[in-house]
Design a protein around this ligand. Structure first.
Ligand code: ZN
Length: 195
């Protein structure tokens, strides 16, 4: 389990944390857990998510266990900067859908003394690095990779396999369209992989 860095708070340094993994790996639950703990510590918290993610709710970050938390929808990374005044902690969910400015924006916020927690998919359904997540992982002090359970064999899964046709990178409605798979099961289902 990730433990917050509480050492030497007098220096008032910010930092960046990344929570990444496949679909159904508990990224949002872990983000909410950390943000709720910050709130218990009486810190001022704001949460953002890209406007594209409208699966469940316009203004709430909603995880699969329906443990929800209010969030501000943004169309670009730089819009987050309009809301950081007076914040102690910034959370960003579904960050894979944000633009390439995200690492610079997060570095700027952390440099102001704010803790930044970014959650997002590290790979798309084809197994390629997803959006700004690889770059923000490079910039982060702490990276936590969480795992789902493979729907076919029960091992740890880190692939988000799309179970319906379509090449579009962004396709929402994930419960019907994706399943988490381990490396072996992901390779096994790839058509023609073995030939
Ligand atoms: Zn498997």
């Amino acid at each position: 389990m990730f433990l917050e860095n509480t050492a030497n708070l007098t220096k008032r340094l910010g930092w960046i944390e990344v929570i990444c993994g496949s679909m159904f790996s508990g990224k949002t639950e872990e983000l909410i857990r950390r943000l709720n703990r910050a709130r218990i510590a009486k810190q001022r918290v704001e949460i953002f998510k890209p406007e594209i993610d409208k699966r469940y709710d316009e203004i709430n970050v909603v995880s699969h266990n329906e443990n929800s938390i209010r969030s501000i929808p943004v169309q670009s990374s730089s819009q987050i900067l309009m809301f950081i005044e007076g914040c102690d902690v910034i959370g960003i969910d579904e960050a894979q859908f944000l633009d390439a400015d995200l690492p610079a924006v997060c570095n700027y916020i952390a440099n102001q003394g704010i803790r930044v927690i970014v959650a997002g998919l590290d790979m798309d359904f084809q197994g390629n690095p997803f959006g700004p997540i690889p770059a923000i992982m490079s910039a982060a002090e702490y990276v936590t990779k969480v795992h789902a359970i493979c729907m076919r064999c029960g091992d740890l899964a880190h692939y988000s396999h799309r179970t319906v046709q379509g090449d579009k990178l962004v396709m929402l409605g994930e419960k019907e369209s994706y399943e988490p798979l381990c490396r072996k099961c992901y390779l096994d289902q790839k058509v023609g992989w073995a030939d």
